[in-house]
Design a protein around this ligand. Structure first.
Ligand code: GRF
Length: 201
């Protein structure tokens, strides 16, 4: 299974996935990074890991469709079978969702459907929930709305700050994302409407 990761920022999940694929025998290859912020740390990580990157600046294109079409062409040329959104800070549109629905996943730092969007950890803390967490889900056109594949809870502690909670959430992400990718690569994940089933080993 050839995988493309889409990321815009630090890329700690990109790194964790790359290391897990190489170190834990996941039957997959991290074949491409797609990054809309050429100066992002994730681009440096890709270079250090020898993962080819498609770096682009959305401002250089007349529309979102235009760069998404270019992305689709590159994904097809590379034979990509799974897209992983890992801190890709843009909604993707039908240009990408249509050809790849069921083969695009996203990792989100909350127990969806609570706290979708870009400030999930802060919002969970401000709301006062006692369980925060991580969700990996299939991507549809909405903001963090697609069918849920896997979730893991992270306890909120009285003394937590946004930073301390984020750190524990990220540690869980770095395990749950590779685990979910393994299930998909092993052909154990099926999607029936909103419901996802994972066949046990
Ligand atoms: C993660 O918290 C992920 O859940 C969210 O964006 C963050 C990306 O972090 N979608 P990193 O770039 O992988 O370090």
């Amino acid at each position: 299974l050839r995988i493309a990761v889409f990321a815009s920022g630090s890329g700690s999940n990109f790194q964790a996935l790359a290391e897990a694929i190489r170190g834990q025998g996941i039957p997959a290859e991290l074949a491409l990074l797609v990054c809309d912020k050429p100066a992002a740390r994730v681009a440096q990580r890709a270079e250090a890991l020898g993962v080819p990157a498609m770096l682009f600046n959305p401002k250089d294109y007349p529309s979102r469709e235009a760069y998404e079409e270019e992305i689709v062409e590159r994904l097809q040329a590379e034979g990509i079978g799974l897209i992983v959104l890992a801190g890709y800070m843009r909604l993707i549109t039908d240009t990408l969702v249509k050809p790849y629905y069921g083969r695009i996943i996203n990792i989100h730092p909350a127990l969806l459907p609570a706290f979708p969007g870009v400030h999930a950890i802060r919002q969970a803390l401000e709301y006062g929930v006692k369980l925060a967490g991580v969700t990996v889900h299939f991507v549809d056109g909405g903001m963090d709305t697609g069918p849920i594949i896997a979730q893991r809870a992270v306890e909120v502690l009285d003394e937590d700050t946004e930073e301390s909670l984020a750190e524990r959430i990220h540690a869980v992400e770095h395990e749950l994302l590779p685990e979910t990718v393994r299930w998909i690569a092993e052909g154990r994940v099926t999607l029936n409407g909103r419901i996802v089933n994972v066949r046990r080993e």
